[in-house]
Ligand binder design. Structure first.
Ligand SMILES: [Zn+2]
Length: 139
């Protein structure tokens, strides 16, 4: 399980003063070598609103849209530092999700919500949950 280090204040100062988001990623990999799982380009075409929300977020922040970052699952209450990492990536145009929320379509590798995450977001009346995109589904 992930938790905050004892010198969390130092760590937060260090990452907030890092020269680039690449440096932030290096510090994160040193502290939490198993946290970062993968990058996905965007959400599946089935979930256009999720992509739209992300576009709006980037427009508001005046940053270029980057990629979806998948983190290992962590406990929100015990991981202030991990939340700070997620925040900094978000401010740089990334969308950060945990692996219990998002997974890649087996066929096209675009992001799909897990069943649990699907139940939380308002898509129930639009499409049924599926383990792959509608257009990728084998006949
Ligand atoms: Zn697909």
């Amino acid at each position: 399980m992930y938790s905050d280090p004892n010198n969390i204040e130092d760590c937060i100062n260090k990452i907030k003063n890092a020269p680039s988001i690449g440096d932030v990623k290096k510090i994160m990999d040193d502290l939490y070598p198993t946290l970062f799982i993968t990058l996905l380009d965007e959400y599946s075409d089935d979930y256009t609103d999720l992509n739209k929300n992300w576009n709006t977020m980037c427009d508001n922040l005046k940053v270029k849209k980057q990629k979806i970052i998948i983190f290992d699952n962590y406990d929100n209450d015990k991981c202030t530092l991990i939340k700070t990492f997620a925040e900094l990536f978000t401010l740089s145009g990334f969308l950060v999700r945990c692996k219990n929320e998002i997974f890649p379509c087996f066929f096209c590798n675009k992001a799909l919500p897990s069943k649990d995450f699907y139940d939380l977001i308002k898509y129930k009346n639009i499409i049924n949950w599926s383990p792959c995109c509608i257009k990728c589904k084998p006949i």
